[in-house]
Ligand binder design. Structure first.
Ligand SMILES: Cc1cc2nc3c(=O)[nH]c(=O)nc-3n(C[C@H](O)[C@H](O)[C@H](O)COP(=O)(O)O)c2cc1C
Length: 187
């Protein structure tokens, strides 16, 4: 069965907002991508899942590289612009600069990177896989840095959120009790 965009069930996921920077036939570009996932530690691999028609797809296919900038809580306007307009028709990077957002030159790739993001990762294309109606680009991490002063923007139900309440883990006594129950069911 299908699980369409904006369906109440699809909207139950909590995701981050990856801002994918790229450079290629459409020039310097940035798109918002909630399907941005860390999928391997050694080597560090990140998967992004993009619709077939995105300008970013052509940019990545040509350049074989892309940047991942995890959106910070004070960058929701950036996410909306990057996610609301296509680089096929608009120079979003220049528009965003005029709106006050800053980009910087990447160390190892041609794509620009975004200042003030929670995490900046430069990727070399590792694999392209078509899965259903999206294309998964897996990037190998070749440069990574984070910004400890920033908090990530979360995405849920088509809205942006800030995570600000920590769910307390069980006490030591409670953990002991859980462990005893688990042990009863060991194979
Ligand atoms: C918060 C947010 C998350 C998004 N996540 C994705 C995603 O995971 N995959 C995708 O293909 N498009 C996603 N989009 C839509 C693209 O960002 C949008 O189609 C954009 O215009 C594509 O840009 P491009 O054509 O310049 O590459 C998202 C949009 C927003 C606002």
């Amino acid at each position: 069965m299908d699980l369409p965009w904006n369906d109440e069930r699809s909207n139950q996921f909590i995701t981050n907002v990856g801002l994918i920077t790229s450079d290629g036939p459409f020039g310097p570009n940035v798109m918002a991508c909630e399907w941005t996932h860390h999928i391997s530690y050694k080597p560090g691999l990140i998967a992004v899942s993009l619709g077939h028609t995105k300008a970013t797809v052509e940019n990545i296919r040509t350049s074989k590289e892309f940047g991942i900038n995890l959106c910070a809580s004070d960058q929701s306007v950036l996410a909306s612009v990057a996610g609301g307009y296509t680089g096929a028709k608009y120079n979003k990077v220049n528009a965003l600069k005029e709106l006050g957002f800053e980009f910087y030159k990447a160390k190892r790739i041609t794509s620009l990177m975004i200042k003030g993001a929670v995490l900046n990762i430069e990727c070399r294309l590792y694999k392209e896989i078509t899965l259903g109606d999206h294309i998964t680009f897996v990037g190998e991490v070749i440069e990574a840095s984070n910004n400890p002063d920033k908090v990530p923007l979360a995405y849920h139900g088509g809205k942006y959120w800030i995570l600000n309440t920590n769910v307390v883990k069980p006490s030591n006594e409670e953990r002991d009790r859980i462990k005893k129950v688990i042990e009863k069911y060991s194979r």
